[in-house]
Design a binder for this molecule. Structure first.
Ligand code: SF4
Ligand code: SF4
Length: 445
C-alpha cells in the first residue's frame, strides 16, 4: 500500500497546520445576507434566473449554466433577493452577483437524490446530476466537474486519483473532511470511477497527516472499499498539483500543454469527491463548503462549514481576527492564494482557506540573480525560471514561449527558493499573459 510517492522538484515550506489540524469542522451560522456571484468557476458565467424581490429557498437555482463549460449557482439561504448587480469578488474584480437577505427559516427546495442507485445508473445520468448540482473543483481550480468527468472517447481514463495532499501550508479543510466524512468521500471516489469506467482509484495523502492515513487505511481494508488504494505521499510543495500528483502516484507524465486525460488520469479533490456523494446520494447542490480560517492574527482559528456567499468579514470576525495587527488577508493558501482588500467579498465554491497575517510580503527588495540554480531545482515542471524571468524583463515573450512558459502553474516554488528574493511568479504571470495573446493571434491566422 505504501511506497515513496513523490515527484522531482518542489520546496519544503513550514506546514503551519497545527493550529487547526485537530479542530473538528464547526458550522458557521448563516449570515444575515449572502452575495452569490454568477461566476465562481472557469468558463462562462451562469445566466441569471431570479430577479429582485423574488423569494428563494436553499438549493434554488439563481443562475443557470451559461454553456457546457460553466456551472449553475444556487441559493445558500432562504429569503428575499434584494439586489442583482456588481459586487466585489475574491478574485479582485467586480462581478454580477445575487444578494439575498436571509429570512432565517432555512427553507429548502426538495432535494432529490439520483432515482437509481448509483451503481446501477448510467454514467451520463450521474454526470447530469453532478452538473445540475453546480459542482466545480473545490481545491482551488474551480473547473466544472461534469466537464472533467466527460472526457472524449479517444481519451480513455483508467486511473482516478483523489487528491488528499493539501500541500499548501496552513490549510486543513480537506484533512478534516477525510477524518470526519471518510465513508462519504470514499463513496464519492467510487462514483467517479464508475462514471469514467476506470480500473483503479488512488487516494494520495501527504505523510504529515498520519491520522487521515490511519482512518483511510482502515476503511479500505473493508470489502466495500476494496477497490481503493492509498498512496502515502512525501510532504512537499506542490505535491497536490495535478501533474505532480499523477507523476508521484503513477509515474506517468502529463505532456507539455496537455491535460491529465492525455495520460489516462482524472484527478479530483477530497472536497469535490465528498460533494459528488452529497449530490448523487442526497440530491444536494453545492451551496456550502469547509473553509480553514487561521494565521498569525486569527485568535480563534477554525475549520468552518460555511454557506457560499458568506462575506469573508463574517469568517474573520467569527474567528476573532486582530484587525489592528493584520497587514494581509489571503484567500487560499500562502503559496498560491490571493490577497484580499475588500472583506465584503464572499466565500465562493473554491475558497479553501482565509488567512490573516501580521507581515506584508510585498515590497521586499529584489537582488540580482546569482545564477545559483535553486529556482530550477525547485520547479516541479522542470522549467528554467531564471531564464524565463530575464526574457520577460526584456519583453522577449516568444523566446519565453519556446522555453515553455505556458506550462508554468504559478506554484511559487521558484520564488520561495530564490535567495535574491526575485518575484519570479510575477514575471511568469506577466510572461504568460503576453504569451497567451501571441498564441491566440497565431491560432487566428
Ligand atoms: S511558478 Fe512556474 S516557474 Fe516557478 S516553480 Fe512554479 S511552475 Fe516553475
Ligand atoms: S534562484 Fe534566484 S538567484 Fe538563483 S538562479 Fe534562480 S533567479 Fe537566480
Amino acid at each position: 500500500m505504501f511506497g515513496k510517492f513523490s515527484f522531482k522538484g518542489g520546496v519544503h515550506p513550514s506546514h503551519c497546520k497545527d493550529q487547526t489540524a485537530s479542530l473538528n469542522i464547526e458550522t458557521l451560522p448563516a449570515p444575515e445576507k449572502v452575495i452569490i456571484p454568477l461566476s465562481q468557476h472557469i468558463g462562462a458565467p451562469a445566466k441569471i434566473a431570479v430577479k429582485r424581490d423574488d423569494m428563494v429557498k436553499i438549493g434554488q437555482v439563481l443562475g443557470e449554466a451559461g454553456g457546457f463549460v460553466s456551472a449553475p449557482v444556487h441559493a445558500s439561504v432562504s429569503g428575499k433577493v434584494v439586489s442583482v448587480g456588481p459586487f466585489a469578488h475574491p478574485l479582485g474584480k467586480q462581478v454580477t452577483a445575487v444578494e439575498i437577505e436571509n429570512d432565517g427559516n432555512d427553507d429548502t427546495v426538495e432535494f432529490t437524490p439520483l432515482p437509481t442507485p448509483w451503481r446501477e445508473a448510467a454514467p451520463q445520468e450521474i454526470v447530469q446530476k453532478i452538473s445540475a448540482a453546480g459542482i466545480v473543483g473545490m481545491g482551488g481550480a474551480s473547473f466544472p466537474t461534469h466537464v472533467k468527468l466527460s472526457p472524449p472517447s479517444n481519451k480513455p481514463i483508467d486511473t482516478v486519483i483523489i487528491n488528499g495532499a493539501e500541500c499548501e501550508p496552513y490549510l486543513t479543510a480537506d484533512h478534516r473532511l477525510m477524518l470526519e466524512k471518510t465513508e462519504e468521500m470514499l463513496c464519492g471516489a467510487m462514483i467517479i470511477k464508475k462514471i469514467l469506467g476506470a480500473s483503479k482509484i488512488w487516494i494520495g495523502i501527504e505523510e504529515n497527516k498520519p491520522d487521515a492515513i490511519a482512518v483511510i487505511s482502515e476503511k479500505i481494508a473493508q470489502d466495500k472499499f476494496k477497490e481503493i488504494s492509498l498512496a502515502k505521499l512525501k510532504a512537499k510543495y506542490p505535491q497536490g498539483g495535478e501533474k505532480q500528483l499523477i507523476n508521484a502516484v503513477t509515474k506517468r507524465q502529463v505532456p507539455s500543454g496537455g491535460l491529465p486525460m492525455d495520460c489516462g488520469c482524472v484527478v479530483q479533490n477530497i472536497g469535490t469527491a465528498y460533494t459528488i456523494w452529497d449530490a448523487v446520494c442526497n440530491g444536494k447542490p453545492l451551496y456550502q463548503r469547509v473553509v480553514t480560517v487561521t494565521g498569525s492574527t486569527i485568535r480563534k482559528p477554525a475549520n468552518l462549514l460555511v454557506r457560499i456567499g458568506t462575506p469573508i468579514k463574517t469568517l474573520l470576525e467569527h474567528c476573532d481576527i486582530d484587525y489592528d495587527s493584520t497587514q494581509k488577508v489571503i484567500m487560499g493558501g500562502p503559496m498560491m492564494g490571493l490577497a484580499q482588500s475588500d472583506f465584503t467579498a464572499p466565500v465562493i465554491k473554491s475558497t479553501s482557506g482565509i488567512l490573516g497575517y501580521k507581515t506584508l510580503t510585498t515590497g521586499v527588495r529584489e537582488y540580482d540573480c546569482i545564477s545559483c540554480g535553486n529556482c530550477v531545482k525547485a520547479c516541479p515542471i522542470h522549467l528554467v525560471p531564471s531564464y524565463l524571468a530575464k526574457y520577460v524583463q526584456k519583453g522577449l515573450y516568444e523566446d519565453a514561449m519556446t522555453w515553455n512558459i505556458l506550462d508554468c502553474m504559478e506554484c511559487g516554488s521558484c520564488a520561495y527558493a530564490c535567495p535574491s528574493k526575485i518575484n519570479l511568479v510575477h514575471y511568469m504571470k506577466v510572461g504568460k499573459f503576453h504569451a497567451m495573446g501571441i498564441k491566440k493571434e497565431k491560432e487566428k491566422k
